[in-house]
Write a protein that binds this ligand. Structure first.
Ligand code: MTE
Ligand code: MO
Length: 423
């Protein structure tokens, strides 16, 4: 079950109980009302779906359409992570069919010819609030100046399972290992270009991109479509409206026909199946920046800002519990990444952190993507061993050995203890 779904279910239950207590409306009656489409205004927004537009349900009942062979993916239903032990054979970018998928709902099927991007709101000229809408077809976007960029998309919850296995404090949500990340080459039009053409006003502060997948409904609460505000400053900086992934049209699961790519930020910012962008001269909100994707928990002061930048992390291209022959030379390989800059160094320990050796870095080492590395190892002693990889980025940030727990299980960036068996 997804982190968000757990959250909304709890929240939905609470909301129903509150409405029952304050208005004497029965739980069943509330569910009937919401099922019948009667809007209930709540802190979370409207409980009913706005008129459906453009997107139809995808074929079949699968949340993810592409095949998920167990050798490549750990399948969590509507989410699937890349298996790191399958990555060694791949190049710098991850092919489309191997890229992890994270769906709050299900992959919709959207026709390219009828698809439109609608840009509207008080942050646009001539400023007839919420009535001035500029539409772009896919052809329109493809005629604008294109940009290509290599960037990672990584879920904020990547590594979440290690809160349980390494720190004894499990967090609800998809129990990702480290495979909720991928690097691809994206091609599309800068969001800045589209906003300028739509008539961006200088006083605009936030944009709110929204997906065309279904509303995220759970426990009777409907917070609407997946959408998360972005400050105009970031929107104008390096955000791409991507229509190609690794030289091919975006695959359905990754946002066809157009998605946002928001470099260095938590994956949820990179809205797939983009349908609308509100541009406003006042701050915008959605549950994805007010309730979700924030750090809350025992050691966090209240009102931490919404998560934006990703941290420094490392992964071995090796199965958990991989078997390695004693007395032979093995080459340990992996990748490290940081949102703040290229990786300065990667150190590997084969003795539970007692000593560390520098790995060799190979090939491109880009901010917002990753660097590949390797280190030879000839294990002498049979039995259980534990490997660790620790990266330092160019700003000097080094992966810690533990991170403070947060309720959402976001941003696990501590060094991961990787068990192997020497035989
Ligand atoms: N419309 C929409 N956009 C979305 C999501 C979604 O469920 N719906 N999931 C987000 C999250 S949480 C992540 S981590 C990334 C995952 O992108 P991918 O599935 O292409 O790997 O997409 C983001 N964009
Ligand atoms: Mo995510």
């Amino acid at each position: 079950m997804s982190d968000e779904r757990v959250y909304f279910e709890d929240r939905g239950e609470r909301l129903l109980r509150e409405l029952h207590a304050t208005h004497g409306i029965s739980r069943r009656r509330l569910l009937q009302l919401t099922a019948a489409g009667v809007p209930l205004l709540t802190g979370l927004g409207r409980l009913t779906a706005p008129a459906r537009a453009q997107a139809g349900p995808a074929a079949g009942n699968r949340a993810i359409l592409k095949p998920l062979p167990p050798g490549w993916f750990v399948n969590f239903g509507s989410n699937a992570e890349m298996r790191w032990d399958s990555v060694g054979e791949l190049g710098y970018t991850i092919p489309n069919e191997r890229f992890f998928v994270r769906n709050h709902t299900s992959t919709p099927s959207i026709g390219a010819s009828s698809w439109r991007l609608r840009v509207f709101g008080s942050g646009l000229r001539p400023g007839r609030h919420r009535t001035h809408t500029v539409e772009f077809s896919l052809d329109d976007l493809q005629r604008l100046p294109a940009r290509t960029m290599t960037a990672s998309i990584e879920c904020a919850g990547n590594g979440r399972s290690y809160f349980a296995s390494q720190q004894g404090t499990p967090a609800g949500g998809t129990p990702w290992h480290l495979g909720a990340i991928g690097v691809a080459q994206w091609r599309g039009v800068p969001l800045a270009e589209v906003l300028e053409r739509a008539g961006l006003r200088r006083r605009a502060v936030d944009v709110l991109p929204e997906g065309l997948d279904s509303n995220v409904i759970s426990g009777g609460v409907d917070p609407g479509r997946v959408r998360r505000p972005l400050p105009v400053r970031k929107a104008l900086d390096d955000v791409l409206l991507a229509y190609e992934m690794n030289g091919r049209p975006l695959p359905a699961d990754h946002g066809f026909p157009v998605r946002l790519v928001v470099p260095n930020w938590v994956g949820v910012a990179s809205i797939k199946w983009l349908g609308r962008i509100e541009v406003a001269d006042t701050p915008l909100f959605s549950p994805w920046n007010t309730q979700l994707y924030r750090l809350t928990g025992p050691t966090y002061p209240p009102d931490q800002p919404p998560l934006t930048r990703q941290a420094v992390k490392s992964a071995f291209e090796l199965a958990q519990g991989a078997q390695l022959a004693a007395g032979r030379r093995h080459v340990l390989t992996g990748r490290s990444w940081s949102a703040d800059g290229p990786i300065e160094k990667v150190e590997v320990s084969v003795d539970r952190g007692a000593s560390w050796r520098r790995a060799s870095l190979h090939g491109p080492n880009r901010r917002g993507a990753w660097v590949r590395w390797s280190m030879p190892w000839m294990p002498a002693v049979r039995g259980a061993h534990e490997l660790r990889a620790r990266a330092t980025d160019v700003t000097g940030t080094v992966q810690p050995s533990t991170v403070p727990f947060n309720d959402g299980g976001y941003m696990f960036w501590a060094v991961v203890k990787h068990p192997v068996l020497v035989t």
